[in-house]
Design a protein around this ligand. Sequence first.
Ligand SMILES: C[S@@+](CC[C@H](N)C(=O)[O-])C[C@H]1O[C@@H](n2cnc3c(N)ncnc32)[C@H](O)[C@@H]1O
Length: 267
Amino acid sequence: MSTTLQAGAAIAALGEMVQYCDLYDELGAAMYHDITLGDDSELREVLALLRSMPPGPVLELAAGAGRMSLPVAASGRAVVALDLSPSLLNLLADRVAGTLVPPARDRIDPVVGDMADFHLGRRFAVIMLGSTSITLLSAEQRQGLYRCVREHLEPGGIFLVTVPVPAHGAAEVSDIHRVVTGWSGREYDMFDAIVPGQDYRTVTVIGRSAPPDGQPVPVAVSRPRLFDGRVIGTELLEHGFRHRSDAAIGDCTERLDVLVQTWEMTA
Ligand SMILES: C[S@@+](CC[C@H](N)C(=O)[O-])C[C@H]1O[C@@H](n2cnc3c(N)ncnc32)[C@H](O)[C@@H]1O
């Protein structure tokens, strides 16, 4: 059975108990955070790269609950953590208060905003966009992203972005189903399906244990775009960026590797 059908069957089995949500909204954010709290992917590479970059504040786009912002602040940089989801930024604020001590605690500033259209009125030494979250934007929104990044980088500033690239020999994998265990110990079914002809994949996350008191079961959906991340190279050159470095992280999923790219803003 295809992953799309498996997800459909799992949802059908829940009957009227289903409550659809976005993976990053009020309902979905708790699941996303639970699943990613113990995830350190990209972190080692990003922290190592930051050490070789100009000193100064960092703007993290699509920062979520601070999986990367917190370690970056702990490493000594001031971080503005921008995200569209107030729910995830609230989780970030709780984590800052609960896990960081001064002065690192005072270095993080959460801001609700759209990474394709933001105006903060200040500039940064580094702007980073990890977790291949650039795939959450359309091609048109990416143009807005590059314009905003230019407006917010100091001269000589660096844009650090991670993009998906096809994994060797994995081009045919269209269906992925796995059971993942969150930080809380709860288990989730995660279905990741590609339908031929669609330019996005559909990620569906369903908790395996029913919520207490007969509450509806959240079914969280996200639809990242499918594209070979190397296309952003052409786009960034057109927006006045110069390529600085590429580092590959292999085996991120059955289908994807990740490239950590750095780009320098030219005058
Ligand atoms: C894959 S998560 C990554 C979160 C975090 N960087 C991490 O590594 O855990 C994608 C994030 O992008 C955010 N997001 C989606 N669209 C956005 C937009 N247009 N502007 C800013 N954030 C956005 C979501 O709310 C979510 O926090």
